[in-house]
Design a protein around this ligand. Structure first.
Ligand code: URA
Length: 434
């Protein structure tokens, strides 16, 4: 087979066979198909889409590109969650220790920043000393010992996603339903969990902008995932404005710590509890979502989830003092305020420009492998519905890179719309796909 023939077939709207897809994925992982051909193929998929059989074949080819995490020797119910990506979405940092505190086992493979969205591994690495690269026996051992581990996609598990993810990040090919579905599901198939909840983000800061697209992705994920042999459910959650009050790696670690300590932004706490409750339901550990939420809330209030987070950070080599005293976390070189241009209420705060601004300030990458600045990001002092006064700060830019500060400032300013009246509250959970 030749890569160029498969690129042309997809470019012209054809349907690839499972053998063709398997060949392309394995040749790319082996290094015999170069990045530029794979990038052209991804762009063809972006424009032409894939049929469901093609998406299933791509998912399986990716899952089979490496080893699987076998947790059968680890006692307990194994669960996992995955978000399709958002801005300020630091749910994993709260939910993993929370579920482990509830007695479940979570061995989570996470990713780095993708496009304008953040990534759990970049966030965790803002904690000094914290390690995310683990071998499979290490992942298994930590899961058995403390019930929680968050690891970077290892070189051994789904190497195809690791490579494709990096390439998509810098080639404008992230927001494609079959590419997102195969990326998410291949990792979950290769992971050791039996029950998985997917957080399909919807809105300005998500890859799926409309409820219709998000529903199509969520239904595809749950249908294909269940067909491939695991229990999946999905929540579609709002990502019109960022979750919480900050976006950027160390800034988001701080807000995860606040939620784990029983404080923290309400929206982040609510989405975390809704996803956790759905997972308890799916795993047969709660009879209703309300019962699940009540149980998880107690674990936040009693400090058990916080204690588990400290155990997790320590097990992964992180400096526990930096989470106990978050002022020790990395900071940006300087902070610039963005002032309100008028008095009134925040009628809208768009997540996408905030995510792009974070990248420009140094929290994301423009080319593969670029280091990120852990202290960089945007702190949101006013969110939708808040009253603001002309000339007072709306947001703070935490500057890691000096060359794009003005661009970041105008993006953040443009993300806000100030109106005369307080807007009505909007729901955070938009739909449940079971
Ligand atoms: N999350 C993933 O793991 N992959 C994607 O493609 C998008 C979000």
């Amino acid at each position: 087979m030749r890569a160029v023939d498969l690129i042309e077939k997809k470019r012209d709207g054809g349907e690839l066979t499972p053998e063709e897809i398997r060949w392309l994925v394995s040749s790319y992982v082996a290094g015999t198909v170069p990045d530029y051909q794979m990038a052209a193929f991804l762009m063809a998929v972006y424009f032409r889409g894939m049929s469901e059989p093609e998406t299933v074949a791509l998912t399986q080819a990716m899952a089979e590109s490496g080893e699987r995490i076998d947790l059968s020797s680890v006692p307990g119910t194994k669960v996992d969650k995955h978000s399709t990506g958002g801005v300020g979405d630091t749910v994993t940092l709260v939910l993993v220790p929370l579920l482990a505190a509830a007695g479940l086992v979570v061995a989570k493979l996470s990713g780095r920043a993708l496009g304008h969205t953040g990534g759990t591994i970049d966030k965790l690495e803002a904690i000094p000393g914290l390690r995310t690269e683990f071998s499979l026996p290490e992942i298994r051992a930590q899961a058995a010992r403390i019930g929680a581990v968050v690891a970077d996609h290892t070189a051994d598990v789904v190497p195809a996603d690791r490579l494709l993810y990096e390439l998509r990040d810098v080639t404008g090919t992230v927001p494609s339903l079959p590419l997102i579905a195969s990326s998410v599901l291949s990792k979950k198939l290769a992971g050791g969990a039996d029950a998985i909840v997917l957080d399909v983000k919807c809105g300005d800061g998500a890859f799926m902008r409309t409820l219709e697209d998000a529903r199509q992705l969520a239904e595809t994920l749950v249908r294909v995932g269940n067909r491939l042999g695991k229990r999946f459910a999905a929540l579609i959650t709002a990502m019109d404005e960022p979750l919480g009050t900050a976006a950027g790696n160390a800034l988001e670690v701080r807000q995860a710590i606040a939620v784990l300590r029983g404080e923290g932004p309400d929206d982040l706490r609510s989405v975390t509890l809704a996803l956790g409750a759905e997972l308890l339901l799916l795993a047969g550990e709660a009879k209703t979502a309300e019962e699940g939420e009540a149980r998880l809330s107690r674990l936040l209030e009693t400090g058990k989830a916080w204690a588990k987070f400290r155990e997790l950070v320590s097990a992964q080599g992180g400096d526990v003092r930096a989470i106990e005293e978050p002022e020790r976390l990395p900071k940006a070189k300087r902070v610039v305020e963005v002032l309100a241009p008028a008095s009134g209420y925040v009628a809208e705060l768009r997540a996408h420009p905030i995510g792009v601004a974070c990248g420009l300030l140094g929290a994301g990458r423009e080319v593969k492998g670029q280091p990120v600045d852990p202290g960089a990001g945007v702190e949101l002092l006013a969110k939708r519905g808040d009253e603001v006064v002309k000339g007072e700060p709306l947001a703070r830019l935490h500057v890691g890179r000096e060359d794009r500060v003005e661009e970041a400032r105008s993006l953040v300013l443009g993300a806000y719309r100030i109106g005369k009246e307080r807007p009505a509250a909007r729901p955070l959970v938009l739909a449940r796909i079971r």
